[in-house]
Structures are given as structure tokens and as C-alpha cells.
Design a protein around this ligand. Structure first.
Ligand code: UDP
Length: 328
């Protein structure tokens, strides 16, 4: 019998790659998505497979799965600052009520559950690099609050189910990740810059571009998730690439990669935009024997190759026009 895994957010960027990985490992995969931000094109190739099934369902409502379940991976959530503004209530609900429903399902099925948390639980961090024992610096009522606080609540309720109900739980804190199947127009910096380069527009750096991020290629992240799920560690683990870069330098890298001869232009820095972000991955190294393998040059080339295959129509489709609420 194949082991059975439920993956929420299956039609999204990370969820779809997880579906691929678990199919490859010989699992029966049940994908679930409400398709608010997900795209069925990401999992189209899996539909003919007998070991894959898809449920169009919103996990903030009661989740029913018939039969046994070995693992649950909860990856359903909007995940870009622009999305949080556009669908703030859904963002809160999927992290809070969605997680609660899936923990209940895990308890019922005696399944192990891994929840996708985020470096956003550290907010605009005052500790650098961020270790798992740092409690964070989050503005609960700022534009990112709907995501950050939902994810903090998610960690709290996950630990509570572990402690009080003995559910086998895993918590991954994901730092900035990139790769094929990111949404071109979700407002995140990498698709934003590559989209601009492909359309012949100038690259928009927010603020003076001195803020930093550390970008992890998705293959590395998926490997980290897989190892954490199979480990016996119930506390949060950072997974990300510690190679830190300023957003200004990142824009220059994208111009070089794409051969675009546009320039960088500067826009106001969004409210509560974290100034520095870099994961301390000592724990993942020690517990999971994991570290990233793909350097930024290689990862960006693969990602750019993907974006080049998208249609001209999708290149010009603007999902988010009103950025005003996002700006100070
Ligand atoms: N950013 C930028 N230009 C853009 C989009 C984003 O300079 O067109 C900046 C943003 O202000 C932030 C960083 O890039 O400092 C990463 O933004 P993203 O939305 O990808 O994710 P975050 O890590 O902030 O959640």
C-alpha cells in the first residue's frame, strides 16, 4: 500500500513542487486547493496519474478525507505582501481556522502534520541572523500583520495539539524562496524584477535598496521539508539559504542575468518592510544534515528559463494595480 499524504495549497508554487516530490517518492498524493492564488496549470501534468487526486476545497471549512492518511502538509496560504492587502481576511483564516481544521484531521487520522510557517514570525528582526529561539518583532496591525499573526497563531495551536493531544507535528519556518511556478504578478521581488526585465520596464527597487533578503532555490527547500517531515523534531526549524544580498544588488543581478539594458528606479519603501533577513540554519544542519546546494546564479538561470516560457498575455496581466495601501 502506498502511503497517503494530503498537501494543501497543492496548486501553488511550493505545494505543486511538493506534490511532484511525493509522487516521485511513491506516495498517493491528495492535493487540495481553493484556487484563490493557486493555478491548476502547476499540477495539470499530475491529473492523469492514478496516484494523484485533487480536491477543490477551502480548508477554512471542515476538511473531510475518506480512508487513512499518513501525512498532512499544510501549505495553503497567500504568501506575498500584496496578497495580504488584497485578501487579508482569507490570509488570517487559512493560517488560523485552516490550521485548526487540519490539526483536527491529523488527530482523527493519527497522521503526522507539517505546517508551513515563515520567517515573517520574526517580523522586522532585531537579531541577525535569525535563530529559532528569537521571538520576533511583529506589528500586529500593520499590513503584514494578517499574515504574521496568523502564522504565529498557527505555530501556537500546532504546539498545543502536540503537547495536549500528542499529535505528531512539524513546523518549518520558510525564508524567501524562489523558482519556477512563482506567480509572475504576485508582487514579490523576484517575479516583479524578472517581469519588468522581460517587458522592457525599469526595475522598481523599494526604498534605497539597502534592505536585505536571502533567497533559497525551491529544490533545496523541498528537500528540507522532506527531511523535516521524516525527522522526529517537533519544534520550529528554519529552512532557507543564508546567502544574503541587498535588494539593490539583487536588481543588478537580474539585469545582468536577463541582459536587459533598463535601469533601476526607486519607489517608496512599504510600511514595516523588514530591513534585514538571513536564516541561521545551524539547527537544520545538525538535525537534518541539510543545507542548500543550489547557488543563486544557477537557481536564477533556471527560474528565468521558466518565466521566458510564459505567454505574452500572462506577462502583461496585472493582478494588482493598487499598491497605495502598501506604501507608508
Ligand atoms: N521589493 C522591491 N521591488 C519590488 C518588489 C519588492 O524592491 O518590485 C522589495 C521589498 O520592499 C522587500 C524585498 O524586495 O524589501 C522582498 O520583497 P518580497 O515582496 O519579495 O517579500 P518579503 O521578503 O518582503 O516578504
Amino acid at each position: 500500500m502506498h502511503k497517503r499524504v494530503l498537501i494543501t495549497g497543492a496548486a501553488g508554487f511550493l505545494g505543486s513542487h511538493l506534490c511532484d516530490r511525493f509522487i516521485k517518492e511513491g506516495y498517493h498524493v491528495i492535493g487540495m486547493d481553493n484556487l484563490i492564488t493557486g493555478d491548476l496549470q502547476n499540477i495539470e501534468h499530475l491529473f492523469p496519474l492514478p496516484q494523484f487526486e485533487f480536491h477543490h476545497h477551502d480548508v477554512t471549512r471542515f476538511v473531510h478525507i475518506s480512508g487513512n492518511l499518513d501525512y498532512i502538509l499544510h501549505f495553503a496560504s497567500p504568501a506575498s505582501p500584496i496578497d495580504y492587502l488584497k485578501i487579508p481576511i482569507q490570509t488570517l483564516k487559512v493560517g488560523a481556522m485552516g490550521t485548526h481544521n487540519l490539526l483536527g484531521l491529523a488527530k482523527d487520522k493519527k497522521a503526522r502534520i507539517l505546517v508551513a510557517s515563515t520567517s515573517e514570525v520574526y517580523g522586522d528582526p532585531t537579531v541577525h541572523p535569525q535563530t529559532e529561539d528569537y521571538w520576533g518583532n511583529v506589528n500586529p496591525i500593520g499590513p503584514r500583520g494578517v499574515y504574521d499573526e496568523a502564522k504565529r497563531y498557527q505555530e501556537a495551536i500546532t504546539m498545543a495539539y502536540h503537547t495536549y493531544h500528542g499529535v505528531e507535528t512539524r513546523i518549518i519556518r520558510i525564508f524567501n524562496t524562489y523558482g519556477p511556478r512563482m506567480r509572475l504578478n504576485d508582487g514579490r521581488v523576484l517575479p516583479a524584477f524578472i517581469g519588468q526585465a522581460l517587458r522592457g520596464e525599469d526595475l522598481t527597487v523599494f526604498g534605497d535598496g539597502s534592505q536585505t533578503r536571502s533567497f533559497c532555490y525551491m529544490d533545496d527547500l523541498i528537500e528540507g521539508i522532506y527531511r523535516l517531515l521524516l525527522s522526529d523534531y517537533a519544534y520550529p526549524v528554519n529552512i532557507g539559504n543564508p546567502n544574503e544580498i541587498t535588494i539593490k544588488d539583487f536588481a543588478e543581478e537580474i539585469l545582468k542575468l536577463t541582459g536587459a539594458n533598463q535601469k533601476v528606479i526607486y519607489k517608496p519603501l512599504p510600511k514595516d518592510d523588514p530591513k534585514q533577513r538571513q536564516p541561521d540554519i545551524s539547527k537544520a544542519r545538525e538535525l537534518l544534515n541539510w543545507e542548500p546546494k543550489v547557488d543563486r546564479k544557477e537557481g536564477l538561470e533556471k527560474t528565468y528559463a521558466y518565466f521566458k516560457t510564459l505567454s505574452t498575455e500572462s506577462l502583461y496581466k496585472k493582478e494588482h494595480k493598487d499598491f497605495s495601501a502598501y506604501v507608508k
